[in-house]
Design a protein around this ligand. Sequence first.
Ligand code: ADP
Ligand code: MG
Length: 396
Amino acid sequence: MNIHEYQSKQILKSYGVKVPEGLPAFSVEEAVENAKKLGTPVCVVKAQIHAGGRGKAGGVKVAKSLDEVKTYASEILGKVLVTHQTGPEGKKVNRLLIEAGADIKKEYYLSFVIDRNTARVVMMASTEGGMEIEKVAAETPEKIFKETIDPAVGLLPFQTSRMAYKLGLPKEAVRPAQKLMGCLYNAFVGKDCSLAEINPMVLTGDNDVMALDAKLNFDDSALFRHPDIVELRDETEEDPKELEAAAADLNYVNLGGDVACMVNGAGLAMATVDIIKYFGGEPANFLDVGGDSNPEKIAKAFNIMLEGGQSKGIFVNIFGGINRCDQVAQGILEAAKIISPDGKSLPVPVVVRLEGTNAQQGREILKNTPIENVIMAPTMEGGAETIVKLVKEAQA
Ligand code: ADP
Ligand code: MG
């Protein structure tokens, strides 16, 4: 789960991380009010969306007067920001953060993530902070320093001091930087984060260190321990299809392509996404219907995949274990009844591969259906090839 920058900063502040004074605003009037309350000569108007890269896209503006705050707030609120993290469709700005302007001497990068190879939390930092850390990682990875943390003892002072020296911070800033690193680590562990990123962490004119941007991602599996975090959820930032799927107890992730797939089991779902790619298709989604797939659930999954015309074809790839292929077949018929009133065809071709429990019965059900565009595939490979071909033909 993601939250907004201003929410992340409030959490980090409670852990002792130094952040600029700031107040969220939902209207231009509130933005100006907040700037008055802050009373600083310079304040920054920042778009609050669940994506980075706002600075380059015009979503972060430095204002030197209340008039400028008003101008920038009206410009940014309601605007669709397209950044390198939003995808081409962009994200609409519904909230702003009005923040005290910082006196920046230099910008650094600092984050904590889980390294799956060592199964440990790792601290990463770089002198190349600011707007394009992805580029630094790709082109000059040696400029990113790392410290792996032993979970039994946590982040140790020698690691934070080693990092501060690697970053070349002036002597006065070493202790404040160490403190910030320690507090950020405590927040990461305390709130079950999967990512805690400060980009930029800045060195200020008076050799202090603070977090000018903040991004926290949370491990969804641990959210039950953090009702305070769940409350911060902003559903307007999330994919409506993913929300609908979550409500129906379906594991669905929109992948943006046009070949939809409906699969049981996360491993098979990943393999299916891979095989669609292998045959030159673009997967529309990852969808694991789970083990208790009743016909209503399958019908719901079909609806979600077809919504908005995103999918040009559907590949149903089921290996019946706990769930039964005859039920899945029944679900496809239910879906057809709901989706197409004549019950004779579905809006897009559907290729079905059924294997495992009651596969034969499932195949029989679909063979005898009046729906024209359901095609049975004997193998996963053949099924993937066929659906990719059909989708390409539909586009030609
Ligand atoms: P994003 O990462 O989405 O571009 P940031 O919050 O990192 O957004 O802001 C982009 C840049 O704007 C920062 O690198 C920094 O130079 C500047 N900036 C952000 N907040 C402040 C602030 N409070 N005071 C001064 N400059 C700021
Ligand atoms: Mg940033």
